[in-house]
Write a protein that binds this ligand. Sequence first.
Ligand SMILES: Cc1cc2nc3c(=O)[nH]c(=O)nc-3n(C[C@H](O)[C@H](O)[C@H](O)COP(=O)(O)OP(=O)(O)OC[C@H]3O[C@@H](n4cnc5c(N)ncnc54)[C@H](O)[C@@H]3O)c2cc1C
Length: 399
Amino acid sequence: MDLTDGPAEAGFRAEVRDFIKEHGSKFPKGGGWSESGEEPGAESVEDRMKAWREAIVAKGWIAPHWPKEYGGAGLSAKEQFILNEEFAENGLSNVGGFGVMMIGPTLMVHGTDEQKQEHLTKILHGERNWAQGWSEPGAGSDLASLQTRAIRDGDEYVVNGQKIWTSGAHRADWIYMLARTDPDAPKHRGISLLMFDMKSPGVSVRPLINMADGHAFNEVFFEDVRVPVKNRLGEENRGWYVGMTLTDFERSGIGNAVGTQRRLRLLLEDAQELPEQETSNARSKSGTWRLAFADRWIEADIAKLFSYLNMSLQDRNMIPNHEASMSKLYTTELNQRIAATTLKLFGLYGQMWDRNRDEALKGQAAGSYLGAVSSTIAGGTSEIQRNIIATRGLGLPRG
Ligand SMILES: Cc1cc2nc3c(=O)[nH]c(=O)nc-3n(C[C@H](O)[C@H](O)[C@H](O)COP(=O)(O)OP(=O)(O)OC[C@H]3O[C@@H](n4cnc5c(N)ncnc54)[C@H](O)[C@@H]3O)c2cc1C
């Protein structure tokens, strides 16, 4: 595959660069520090995030992959890739969240006209933020063993149970979630996908603070929550298949790899700027550290090739499957190696904990190191990705 831009791609890239020149400064500095799940916190950060979001909405790029008929940008896979690449290169991110990434496209495939009308425009304009209620204390990797129950009562379901690790539930307006509607059916078949307002009576949210001291995810409890049957997405007891429609896209990781190279460049700049005595044992000049950095650089290039692979599949209207798992596995494990390399380079200095400092890495190395741990768990653990690669990719028997 030719990785250079043709005239059309070059034109689109120039358009993205112009947009970034005009609006990129709106993106809050702290807002890009999402690996550790930082809460933006300060109001000005939230205001700036809103301004950034409005700029993307106005340009029509909030939902690059949505078809135009639903208000999306209808970009080709290559254009989406360029957009992600340029955003990542400049430390920016799209802020569509679960609404744009997950439930919106699922609604387009499985939703009724009424559901599409109710939700899609609000998602596009950022008026309805969503949480994803999949995992439970006893159901993560083996998600289909979930136990939250939804019992039909006339035109409503009555939901009881608990979700965990629910990202952004404390800020979400609505949740889409999987609940068991037929406890006697085989476990993948008795599940339905329900959507409801987080302010519904009986919903409560309890924060979970991660080890990087960020409040990103939560526990969510449901006690006799009444959900209209019309809020079910897809057929009753077919929710597993509805919910899995887009999981592979979540893993394809386009853009992450470019962000990884940017991180390395910033690290290199910082290492060169630092007075020698401030890095542990002057590691920036030592052979060991040079070798480690070269390894990370090569690995970042490989990660980029995985992104290109996924993009080229999407460009041919194929859905990346085990290829998405390879990219997710490799990029997230690489991020952990980069965080460890960074911490080693800066030694004691790297343990400073002040995420408001201006510099890209100083004061953030420790937070990044702790934050990077969760990336190999979220969206399916590394072991699960390896299982997918082994069985679906290599055709090995299931264990
Ligand atoms: C930052 C973050 C954000 C998240 N956000 C959300 C969210 O918004 N909504 C949501 O629903 N969930 C969310 N999750 C939860 C996430 O999807 C689960 O943590 C993940 O699927 C793993 O499930 P678990 O934590 O129950 O671990 P378990 O499934 O209990 O796994 C424990 C260990 O056993 C290993 N293991 C399990 N099964 C196998 C197997 N078959 N073969 C080999 N090894 C295996 C795992 O790899 C892991 O090391 C989030 C998690 C994180 C870290």
